[in-house]
Design a protein around this ligand. Structure first.
Ligand code: GLN
Length: 506
């Protein structure tokens, strides 16, 4: 099998060929490393490429030939968002302040991936400390969207999404605090899942906002997302918010969705307060076309009311900075990473201030200032307190909606990939890009974004998001796989096959 073929196969297909001995993990891993060498100069999805991926792959091959029973995805390469700490590669969370930082332990999701035989290829680029929707806030330069290198790949996990979209990795890990898995999936024509809060361990995920953060899969197919979710999910005693549920197999749920009749009678809620007017016409058109396809296959589209969703962005941009200002206090020049001594005999406060000034970028500073202000004694009730009340109202909107429908559908973001530089100086416009993804984080419910097509106004990918009640992640895999199967059928192949060839776009 040629390298060109190997890099376009899904993880599920690779896993089958690895299990049958048709290909080796070394061949598969080498094909991806070669692809990274070919295209990552343009895409810049990776901050670090592993020096020992081939050794790891070789070890898997040997164990397989020695007759060891390996997990279902053993030997498949994996890209890891740099927010997740790793012992063998630096973990910077996209920040200067952690440049070169080596963790003494692996994040639980990384440890589980290694134990499952996945082969870490490297660490992917991201907005600094996962703050952003474009990956332009990375201290190491932006990632570019493989569909059009002048455009953003989404954020904060633009590196993971671009790596998967550019065939540099079949699987990637992301984190989603307000949409950082789902919005990059939307703009790159890939699949992203934000699990139920507590469904996947956050241990070793460098915290942005602890009550919102979730780690999840970034892939090209719904089945691949399920396979990766099965590897990383489940209880972890290192994370006090980790749920103890016995989760079903999400890969099995995806397989069921792809072959079964799950759409018959499925009640899909559409939020009436999310007006088409706030959305790019091509995004709305793609969304409505997907709903029509779902309806044609027996689903019922039900208008629901979620009157507080529109306050989600405002509440989130108080709660997130509040939690982030506290979480980022640990980067104090004493315990982690960079230390700047402004002059001989500087006091510890002067060293801390100089280090944080040099180590943090503008967006991080903006949010620390916002969060510190929102938590300060005189303003706590007016800002943080009010935001928490809005959060409760959004949770109630979800509870009411899910009494009437099985899933909620929205466009995954209001626009397609915008141009690099377009919103970087306008934080509010950047924040408004998260309008449809944020409610899920505020309520802790799971969400999936899958490609719904290309926008008819600019030809760029669009995603549809499904949301389900907490703990019902499997429902998202069933519905997502069912819609994916019909769309891929209608398109005559996956959406990504229509992306311009890298090397031909500039
Ligand atoms: N775009 C959102 C933000 O800037 C989402 C971030 C995330 O999910 N990590 O906060």
């Amino acid at each position: 099998m040629s390298s060109a073929e190997l890099i376009t196969l899904s993880a599920a297909d690779l896993a089958e060929r690895l299990a049958s001995g048709e290909v080796s993990s070394v061949e598969v891993t080498r094909a991806h490393l070669d692809r990274i060498a070919d295209v990552d100069g343009d895409v810049h999805a990776f901050l670090h490429v592993s020096d020992h991926a081939l050794e790891v792959a070789d070890d898997i091959d040997r164990r397989r030939s020695a007759g060891e029973r390996l997990g279902p995805v053993a030997g498949v390469p994996l890209a890891i968002k740099d927010v997740l700490v790793t012992t063998d590669m630096p973990s910077t969370s996209g920040s200067r302040i952690l440049e070169g930082y080596l963790s003494p332990f692996d994040a639980t999701v990384v440890a589980r991936s290694r134990a499952a035989g996945l082969v870490p290829l490297g660490k992917t680029n991201m907005d600094e400390f996962a703050m952003g929707s474009s990956t332009e806030h990375s201290a190491y330069g932006p990632t570019r969207n493989p569909w059009d290198l002048t455009r953003i790949p989404g954020g904060s996990g633009g590196g993971s999404a671009a790596a998967v979209a550019a065939y540099e990795a079949p699987l990637a890990l992301g984190s989603d605090t307000g949409g950082s898995i789902r919005q990059p999936a939307h703009v790159t024509g890939t699949v992203g899942v934000k699990p139920t809060y507590g469904g996947v361990s956050r241990y070793g995920a460098i915290a942005l906002a602890s009550s919102l953060d979730q780690v999840g899969p970034v892939t090209r197919t719904v089945l691949d997302a399920g396979l990766l979710h099965d590897v990383i999910g489940g209880h972890d005693h290192h994370d006090s918010t980790s749920l103890t549920d016995a989760w079903p197999s999400f890969a099995e749920a995806a397989r069921e969705g792809a072959r079964g009749d799950v759409l018959k009678g499925l009640r899909i809620g559409v939020v009436k307060e999310l007006p088409d007017s706030g959305f790019q016409p091509g995004v709305s058109a793609s969304f409505h076309a997907a709903l029509t396809a779902l309806e044609a296959h027996g689903a019922q589209i039900v208008e629901i009311s979620a009157p507080h969703f529109e306050y989600g962005v405002a509440a989130y941009y108080l709660i997130l900075p509040a939690e982030a200002s506290s979480n980022l206090a640990k980067f104090d020049s004493v315990r982690f990473g960079m230390r700047v001594t402004p002059h001989a005999g500087a006091t510890v406060e002067e060293v801390m201030a100089a280090t944080r000034d040099a180590g943090f970028g503008d967006e991080v500073k903006r949010r620390i200032i916002l969060g510190t202000y929102a938590l300060s004694a005189g303003y706590y009730d007016a800002y943080y307190g009010s935001a928490q009340k809005v959060r409760t109202l959004i949770q109630r909107d979800f509870a009411d909606a899910f009494a009437a429908v099985d899933v909620i559908a929205t466009p995954s973001a209001p626009t397609t990939a915008f141009r690099l530089g377009e919103k970087i100086d306008d934080p509010l416009q950047m924040y408004l890009n998260d309008v449809t993804t944020i409610p899920a984080n505020l309520a802790g419910v799971p969400g999936i974004s899958i490609p719904s097509g290309l926008a008819d106004d600019d030809g760029l990918p669009v995603g549809i998001q499904f949301l389900a009640p907490a703990r019902e992640d499997a429902r998202l895999y069933r519905v997502g796989a069912a819609l994916e199967a019909l769309l891929v059928d209608a398109w005559g192949g996956p959406l990504l096959a229509r992306a311009p060839k890298l090397g031909e776009v500039r």
